[in-house]
Design a protein around this ligand. Structure first.
Ligand code: SER
Length: 880
């Protein structure tokens, strides 16, 4: 490869790019999380994602534009990854303008950056541009920089029109290509060949595509450019492939070491080495951003990447745990730019190892399944495509492995049928992805946000806000001017004391009151655009837009919620201390009666761990620590050690909630919720349940204050009830239960003795002397030491051992009491045997009374001396 330009490392290019655009007046933004703020987007797929609101004009930026190095993940062609081009995770260098600098600036600066000797210094004759088909303006702008016309060509919509998803900001683009020289195949920029490499895309984001396909102009003409860092690194290192830049090549080296192979010595191992380099980096970053493996959404993407990596490790003969080795290398290489890799290292290691182990077991199981399916085939018969697909889809068993194992057993796989099933599944996934892409839902809240500002929340200290103005009323998804009695509506005020459900804290209830109307508010929700919506029913009068109202929350309910929210923070802090730093909040619900907290952890908590957590939280409560809220800059907050949530986007100014000493707080979190003023308000904290919600995520439910008292009252009532049933004092319940268990064991022992030893001889003797009554066999026996209840078991064993229609009359003396039992099978009963009649007739002889049904009857008696007479009489009655 030519050496007519200089060499730069990935780190140097990244740094140089960001400084360059900062020098042009762009503000540097840190990379946002791979979990996009925009809930309709599955994963962050471009640098522009975090700026969506600036594009749409709902936010404005003071500087002329922005620049960033954004971590991105694209999985549309996951099956192509491993060829020399495609990557799932990549870094994108970007510069952005929202009506600030112009298309002409963007083009001039791009040219300057790639050609100036102090920056990339690429040879001009090796650079080519493409523009959107009718974009004459772009052609002239490039030409004005000195680009020859024959280095500029036009491409159609498919190549040169960019959109993050089916709706939202989009526009024509212009791409910059690098010519690798005639040694590579390829005719012109934009074809499939390797000769012309596209490395920078300049999008002139002008339109806002709507659901109906129309494309109104955005509020201003914007710029969004993106340069794939891996691609430009490969170019600047005089290498053709994305995988041969310094970072990915180092990761390929990890695989070489582990598998004892060399890169570039075999096509199959090369593919596996590339897949491992790419996927291991992607999964490390995904978990670092708080994504956990699951069966849907981004958790599913993570799981697929993880599994594909494990499988390719196996293909190269690497067994046991190896992905953590990759993760450590990724962290070593990239943590200076992405510190969350270090912060979350324990979590990354734990999740990767657990999933690796689980999938290893899956592979073993799938292999078992496959071997069984192959065993059922005739010689030479192909394995059906459906079976192969099911293995792939249900067990995650990779088709390549299926083919390999099948081939070893002398079978092909019906790939046509397999591909058909895969195509169908891909179509389903594509449709789902389309829905997922960022489509700005054109709902009423978005259009309201064009006109109205966010609701001001005044409810941290006040329960009531006077003179709040009704800005909008929404009924059935549309704006209305007035809501009448009986109507269910959502009301937006300019300011409110109602907390709109957010961050797990449930919304407030209460009422909005004005002279002519009352809205009973059952819930408050946080809506797009920063609105608090008061959800409720008009219970009196007519409520109109423009009116001034008093907003009053249900004070008691809010107080309970405050306490549970503070308890959630204490719980989080205690869990981290007891279980370790890998504990990270994965979801929460804070309501008036209880709190629920989901967190990452790899196994069930032991009773001892729960007791320690509970004890720690209660110690904070009994220490009556003030709960202090401070408003500060985000950087200051993070520096103070405040716990921030994964995937949560914070503004520049944040609230930090702390409990405990200010220099060493027990808990300190970024939080917009409402809290108790002092931990003592929580009164008492009790965990009520612990369980699993998906792999590596545990869920605790807990109660405080009144909820804790109610919970304890209920538990005490249950104990009282049990004590009453056991006829003992509550404090003796445990001893009484032990006693009953001992008695039961003793009884069972006696019964066993009765049936096998001692009286079982009697049973055996009785069976031996069974009298043939034609239709059935009759057993008359005395089994002393056996209680009335145990006689039933004796009958069961008589019946089972005889195995034919039979009947019995059994008598016993136990503790000075007599037990009598008569019983017969259906056949005996149809032949005239009636247990009830017999018992009625003979019970008097043992001083008792009794009766029952023809198939079963029992009696107790007080006179053991009559037992033999009673049996004799029974025999007589039954004609024995
Ligand atoms: N959004 C465009 C892209 O992803 C340019 O940044 O290519």
């Amino acid at each position: 490869m030519s050496t007519d330009y200089k060499t730069m490392t990935t780190a140097e290019i990244r740094e140089d790019y960001l400084r360059f655009f900062e020098s042009k007046g762009c503000r540097l933004y840190p990379s946002s999380s791979l979990v996009p703020e925009d809930p309709s987007l599955l994963l962050t797929n471009a640098g522009m994602n975090q700026f969506k609101e600036y594009y749409q004009g709902t936010k404005t930026m003071r500087e002329i534009g922005a620049t960033s190095c954004q971590k991105c993940l694209r999985t549309n062609d996951i099956d192509n990854i491993g060829d020399s081009r495609h990557l799932s995770f990549f870094e994108m260098l970007g510069n952005f303008s929202f009506g600030g600098y112009t298309k002409a600036d963007a083009i001039a600066w791009a040219w300057e950056f790639i050609t100036a000797a102090e920056h990339l210094g690429l040879p001009k004759d090796r650079l080519y541009m493409t523009v959107f088909e009718d974009d004459d303006e772009a052609i002239e702008l490039w030409h004005a920089q000195g680009v020859a016309y024959d280095h500029i060509s036009r491409l159609g919509e498919e190549d040169n029109f960019w959109a993050a998803g089916p709706t939202g900001p989009c526009g024509p683009c212009s791409e910059i290509y690098f010519d690798q020289g005639p040694a590579f195949e390829g005719e012109r920029p934009g074809d499939d060949g390797e000769r012309y490499l596209e490395f920078w895309n300049l999008v002139f984001t002008q339109y806002d595509r709507q659901e109906d396909g129309s494309m109104p102009e955005l509020p201003h003409r914007n710029i969004d450019t993106g340069m794939g860092l891996e691609r430009i690194a490969a170019i600047m290192q005089h290498e053709g492939s994305n995988y041969e830049g310094d970072v990915l090549r180092t990761l390929i080296g990890v695989g070489e070491q582990l598998a004892g192979v060399r890169y570039r010595e075999g096509a199959a191992t090369d593919t596996s080495l590339r897949i491992l380099a790419d996927h291991s980096r992607a999964v490390t970053f995904m978990i670092g951003d708080g994504i956990l493996p699951s069966n849907e959404g981004r958790g599913y993407v993570l799981r697929r990447l993880l599994r594909r990596a494990v499988y390719h490790g196996r293909l190269m003969g690497v067994h046991g745990s190896f992905l953590p080795t990759y993760a450590h290398e990724v962290t070593r290489l990239m943590a200076d730019v992405y510190p969350q890799l270090v912060e979350n290292q324990a979590l990354i290691d734990g999740i990767i190892s657990a999933e690796e182990e689980r999938f290893g077991a899956t592979l073993d199981a799938g292999e078992g399944n496959l071997t069984a399916a192959l065993g059922r085939l005739d010689a030479g018969e192909a394995l059906s495509g459906e079976v192969a697909f099911r293995l792939h889809d249900t067990y995650g068993f990779p088709i390549d492995l299926t083919r390999e194992i099948a081939a070893a057993a002398g079978h092909e796989v019906d790939m046509a049928a397999f591909d058909g099933a895969m195509a169908k599944q891909r179509e389903r996934a594509r449709q789902a992805a389309n829905r997922d892409a960022w489509g700005a839902s054109n709902n009423v809240w978005v259009s309201l946000s064009d006109r109205l500002g966010e609701t001001e929340f005044c409810g941290y200290d006040e329960d009531t806000v006077e003179g709040a103005r009704v800005l909008a009323i929404v009924r059935d998804g549309s704006e209305v001017d007035v809501a009448c009695r009986g109507e269910h509506v959502e009301v937006v005020l300019d300011r409110t004391s109602f907390y709109g459900e957010m961050g797990g804290q449930q919304g407030d209830s209460g009422k909005l009151v004005c002279e002519d109307a009352t809205l009973a508010v059952s819930d408050a929700k946080h809506r797009d655009g920063g609105f608090v919506s008061h959800v409720g029913e008009v219970t009196a009068g007519e409520l109109r837009v423009g009116e001034s109202v008093r907003a009053v929350i249900d004070h008691g309910r809010r107080e309970l919620i405050r306490r549970n929210h503070t308890a959630t923070h204490l719980l989080d802090a205690a869990l981290k201390r007891v279980l370790g730093d890998h504990v990270s909040q994965a979801g929460s619900l804070v309501g008036p009666s209880r709190l629920r907290f989901d967190f990452t952890h790899f196994e069930a908590m032991s009773a001892e761990e729960m007791a320690r957590v509970e004890g720690m939280v209660n110690a904070e409560i009994f220490a009556a620590e003030p709960v202090v809220t401070t408003v500060m800059g985000i950087e200051e907050a993070k520096a103070s050690g405040a716990v921030a949530l994964f995937g949560e986007k914070y503004g520049d100014v944040v609230r930090v909630v702390s409990t405990g000493a200010s220099d060493e707080p027990f808990s300190r979190e970024l939080c917009g919720g409402t809290h108790a003023r002092n931990t003592a308000e929580l009164g008492l904290f009790k965990i009520v349940s612990e369980g699993s919600v998906g792999s590596n995520v545990r869920r605790l439910e807990a109660v405080t204050s009144m909820g804790a008292i109610e919970y304890l009252d209920e538990r005490l009532a249950q104990i009282d009830q049990v004590a009453a049933g056991l006829r003992c004092r509550p404090s003796d319940v445990a001893a009484r239960v032990e006693q009953l268990k001992a008695e039961k064991a003793e009884t069972e022992h006696k019964l066993r003795a009765a049936l096998t030893g001692g009286s079982s001889n009697a049973v055996a003797d009785a069976i031996a002397s069974a009298i043939d009554r034609g239709a059935y066999r009759l057993v008359l026996a005395r089994l002393d030491g056996v209680s009335g209840k145990e006689l039933r078991s004796a009958w069961d064993s008589v019946r089972d051992r005889l195995g034919v229609d039979c009947a019995c009359v059994l008598a016993s003396e136990s503790d000075g009491k007599v037990g009598l039992l008569a019983a017969g099978t259906d056949g005996a009963v149809s032949a005239g045997f009636s247990a009830g009649d017999i018992i009625r007739s003979v019970a008097g002889l043992v001083g008792g009374r009794g009766g029952g049904k023809p198939a079963m009857a029992q009696a107790g008696g007080s006179d053991p001396s009559g037992i033999d007479a009673a049996l004799e009489e029974a025999g007589r009655l039954l004609g024995a």
